[in-house]
Design a protein around this ligand. Structure first.
Ligand code: RFL
Length: 394
């Protein structure tokens, strides 16, 4: 078997690369460990930057999204018992889109496999990469039907298999550097079968810990509660969850949250990494495979899409026109943005968690940062700039 490009992973990054290749009539094969049904139902991110949506739209991938996504124009910070609205769209003319990740993945896989005729194998096991530093690389995997190892020869491998994938491990230690940071904080990530309790994202900075409220649809709301890293979700009964949320997101004049059944409850440890460079021979990493940002600033899916636009366009230019500019500049362009977002995430993490750090000095400085956002239009603009994504679509 031979395909010009093998894409490992059918998340937002891999499926976007696949769609770009198919639109240019480049053949490719997507390999995915899970089933199609599973990836179409896996809830994760929801916040998309305008630039990312424009990038999807330009490539014919945003029709459903634009018909169904919610437009968000403001967010609200709650601290010291008060509420403070930040009207970022009024200030900048830029807004956020909210569209659950599983709906985007459903749209992308349908377009790739059913409309653009892209090849995909679900349920594969033990993906291995071979001869990446030659011009004849290959990828092998265990076929779920036969249990036999199949080999696919190719020109390029796109490593889009997320934070727990196999492709990052194919980079030799002396050719790639992985920088890591761990905030030492856990977040209990919750999905509640409850309508949003506000028309916007709420950030609660409270001595008991951070709490977040993120509308996902008219029926479902994502909530986060700061907790010890590695905490057991079973320690969090529905009663305890709602008591903490009501307390941490409570503020003068704020109505109580609308409660509902919890349909997801998992602990995420807030850690990050960046792989440099994102390229080894014929392997190009994209998305969470190359860089993980804790969901502090809701940037992961946006970065994954940005990488995918550059990688898809670069591969098409190389394979159809012999133009190498895109692929040559790929790693640097992606890393510049990834580091920019890492820095914003670090800044925001301190704002979220300073109040509950137990350190009065950090509590004082983070309160000063928060007050500055509402005292200084320049500080508010700087925040909006990074929160909304500073870069036009690549
Ligand atoms: P994905 O989505 O993880 O897709 C990788 C795919 O590869 C498959 N896979 C393999 N396939 C073949 N062989 C292997 N060895 C494989 N190993 C894994 C996996 O099954 C999967 O289908 O990576 P991608 O495409 O890079 O996309 C990244 C985003 O999914 C991620 O950054 C976001 O979900 C992060 N994130 C958020 N990002 C935002 O931009 N805005 C948000 O509001 C936001 N909220 C979140 C989030 C992530 C969360 N979790 C669960 C970590 C909220 C949460 C709770």
């Amino acid at each position: 078997q031979r395909f010009p490009v093998v894409i490992v992973g059918a998340g937002p990054a891999g499926l976007t690369v696949g769609n770009i290749l198919r639109a240019a009539s480049v053949d490719c094969l997507v390999l995915e460990t899970e089933t199609r049904q599973f990836i179409e139902q896996r809830p994760r991110a929801g916040v998309l930057e305008e630039g990312a949506v424009r990038g999807l739209q330009r490539r014919g991938l945003a029709d459903n999204l634009l018909a169904r996504a919610l437009r968000h124009t403001e967010c609200e910070f709650r601290f010291a018992g008060e509420r403070y609205r930040l009207e970022y769209a009024r200030m900048t003319g830029v807004h956020h889109w909210v569209y659950p990740q599983q709906l985007l993945v459903t749209d992308l896989v349908r377009e790739y496999a059913d409309v653009r005729g892209g090849a995909v194998r679900f349920g594969v096991r033990d993906v291995e990469l071979h001869d990446l530093d030659t011009d004849q690389p290959s990828v092998s995997y265990i076929c779920p039907e036969t249990g036999r190892r199949e080999v696919v020869h190719c020109d390029f491998v796109a490593g889009c298999d997320g934070a727990r994938g196999a492709t990052r491990g194919a980079l030799p230690a002396d050719r790639a550097h992985v920088s890591r940071s761990d905030y030492g904080i856990g977040w209990l990530a919750l999905l509640a079968e409850a309508p949003p309790s506000s028309d916007c994202v709420l950030f609660g900075m409270h001595p008991r810990g951070f709490a977040g409220h993120m509308p996902r649809s008219a029926e479902v709301t994502r909530y986060y509660l700061e907790c010890p890293p590695g905490d057991d979700p079973e320690n969090w009964s529905e009663d305890r969850v709602w008591t903490e949320l009501q307390q941490r997101l409570g503020a003068n004049g704020a109505p109580p949250l609308t409660e509902g059944r919890l349909i997801e409850k998992r602990v995420l440890d807030m850690h990050n990494y960046v792989v440099e460079p994102m390229v080894f021979g014929r392997l190009f990493l994209a998305g969470d495979a190359a860089h993980l940002t804790a969901p502090i600033a809701a940037k992961g899916m946006n970065l994954a899409l940005h990488d995918a636009f550059l990688l898809g366009d670069g591969l098409v230019a190389h394979l159809t026109k012999g133009d190498d500019t895109g692929l040559d500049g790929y790693s640097t362009a992606c890393l510049n943005r990834a580091w920019d977002y890492q820095e914003f995430s670090l800044w925001l993490s301190e704002v979220y968690h300073g109040q509950s750090s137990g350190d009065p000095y950090r509590a004082g400085t983070t309160l000063a940062r928060l007050r500055r956002l509402f005292d200084s239009p320049t500080a508010a603009m700087a925040f909006a700039d990074q929160y909304l994504g500073r870069h036009p679509e690549g």
